[in-house]
Design a binder for this molecule. Structure first.
Ligand code: GTP
Ligand code: MG
Length: 502
């Protein structure tokens, strides 16, 4: 059981009782703005502290549910460790219930509790079923902020969930805080708040505000309105800064330790997963990272790897999570993790794929480690852990399918992910995976075929050679081009010299 500081974020459709529930649990009304009170909806992020029966204290971030404020919700959710998803008993799962769940998934926030709210207004059973389907594994508790029913049970469930999450207090490295609010306090000056993603901040520290690189000094550190000498990662922190005026800092800025390596950048190499529409190479999307967002183009690098080309700089580091949203109509389509926060601008290549595959498994990249023993087939890798029976069955299916594997959509996503993680399935297009042994066979055939045709193959030749449809041959040739076995020249795919030796 971890005992470090944790932040709990609310989630859920508008009017499903997030703010009322936070108030019932903590005594704090997080709808502070006059406009929020007048309209009866949350607009900004709200903050409270929640004491649990175990004695543990959680920082709570209450988010707005309105569809126009999803960006605010994402900015709040990037700093959380576990969620409190509310679903109204009399309304059930609604669009922002789903979208917030997608945001949580994209951010890798896997642990939380479902509160089926307004249990005084309707029977909770259907909402519990719907919500549990959306967030499998989370405990669901029926509650009423009005009558107090279920609140004790909810507190106990939150305690259990909190006990199973790792605090970021263990996140080493230099201090980094993504600012979610900046304001002035009379007599104190500029104050910024946010979750400390890594490192520690002490009174007297020199810090830098990115992306502008303004320097400032920490005059005071507060956690839950109490002054401390030092704050640790995982905590929601308020920093009183000197040497900077409140107009020079706002949500989205990043406070980092004076001597850190963090730099703003326009390019990120990332691994993405999509639960909504799969984007195309070159699509323009909105990227949410920390408390900032920026439009960007997505460049496909092969498999699940992409280069994000931002229109405004972000301050990211390897391992950071981000959310990808469609710009119009706005919707969360997926998210992922930063593998390289300072790449060059580049397209796909086989070396790059090998490197990103390594980074995605938290292994050092090629140039940072001793040269590995040559693998039998370039795609073959040792399995990191034993695979389940259903994953092995999927591998058999891929092997038997040969040159015409089933579409990804026909396969169990978890099994496919596991198989790919073990290096025993290779993504060849956005909808297709091949077994590496089959790919090795195809590669040999392509090289042999090219040898008969002056070093190059065409789509029609490969289609006939493999006895498949155009669709498969096309996907394979694109994959071979991307992995630098062949290079495209008009209608021909010329086998590269390196591939003949490899
Ligand atoms: N009867 C009943 N009404 C509730 C309960 N919880 C909330 N409400 C009412 O539902 C309405 C919306 O509640 P909020 O807590 O503001 O909902 P919210 O999810 O925070 O809404 P947004 O922040 O705008 O997304 C208010 O009028 C509440 O009084 C409950 O348990 N029972
Ligand atoms: Mg609210």
């Amino acid at each position: 059981m971890s005992a470090g500081p944790l932040t709990l974020g609310t989630a859920g459709h508008i009017d499903h009782g997030k703010t009322a529930l936070v108030r019932a649990l903590t005594g704090v009304d997080t709808d502070r703005l006059p406009e929020e009170r007048a309209r009866g909806i949350s607009i900004e992020l709200g903050y409270a502290a929640l004491a649990l029966p175990s004695g543990r204290r959680l920082s709570v971030i209450d988010v707005p549910g309105h569809e126009r404020f999803v960006r605010t919700m994402v900015a709040g959710a990037t700093g959380i460790d576990l969620y409190l998803m509310t679903v109204a008993a009399d309304d059930g799962v609604m669009p922002q219930t789903r979208e917030h769940a997608a945001v949580l998934r994209a951010l890798g926030v896997k642990t939380g509790v479902i509160a089926v709210t307004k249990s005084d207004l309707g029977e909770p059973e259907i909402a519990i079923l719907e919500a549990s389907e959306l967030l499998p594994g989370a405990e669901a508790v029926a509650v009423s902020a009005r009558t107090g029913e279920g609140l004790d049970e909810l507190r106990a469930a939150l305690d259990r969930a909190a006990g199973s999450v790792d605090s970021r207090a263990n996140a080493s490295g230099p201090a980094r805080l993504h600012v979610d609010r900046a304001f002035t306090i009379r007599g104190a000056g500029t104050v910024v708040t946010g979750t400390l993603w890594s490192g520690q901040v002490q009174r007297g520290d020199e810090v830098v505000l990115l992306p502008g690189a303004r320097r400032a000094r920490v005059r005071g550190v507060q956690v839950h309105d109490e002054p401390l000498d030092m704050a640790a990662a995982g905590q929601r922190v308020a920093l009183n800064l000197t040497g900077i005026s409140v107009d020079e800092v706002r949500r989205g800025d990043v406070v980092v330790a004076g001597a850190s390596e963090f730099r703003p950048g326009y390019l990120l190499d990332v691994q993405l997963e999509f639960s909504g529409r799969e984007p195309e190479h070159g699509d323009r999307v909105q990227i949410h990272h920390g408390t900032r967002e920026a439009p960007a183009r997505l460049a496909w690098l092969g498999g699940r790897f992409w280069q994000i080309r931002l229109e405004q700089e972000l301050v990211a580091a390897p391992g950071d999570r981000l959310v990808v949203r469609e710009i119009s109509p706005p919707d969360t389509i997926g998210g992922g993790v930063v593998l390289d926060a300072r790449p060059r601008k580049h397209g796909p290549s086989r070396d790059l794929l090998v490197r990103l595959e390594r980074l995605s498994r938290s292994e050092p990249a090629e140039d940072e480690r001793p040269k590995p023993a040559p693998a039998k087939s370039p795609e073959a890798r040792p399995a990191p852990e034993p695979l389940s029976a259903s994953t092995l069955a999927l591998e058999k299916r891929l092997l038997e399918a040969g040159f015409e594997p089933p579409l990804d959509s026909e396969l169990d996503a978890a099994d496919l992910e596991a198989l790919r993680g073990a290096g025993r399935a290779v993504r060849v297009s956005k909808a297709l995976h091949y077994h590496p042994d089959v790919l090795a066979d195809i590669r040999r055939r392509v090289i042999a075929l090219a040898a008969e045709h002056e070093g190059a193959v065409t789509l029609a030749q490969l289609r006939d050679e493999l006895g498949t449809s155009r669709k498969f041959a096309q996907a394979l040739l694109e994959h071979l081009d991307a992995s630098k076995v062949t290079i495209r020249r008009g209608d021909e795919h010329v086998v590269r010299r390196g591939a003949l030796e490899g």
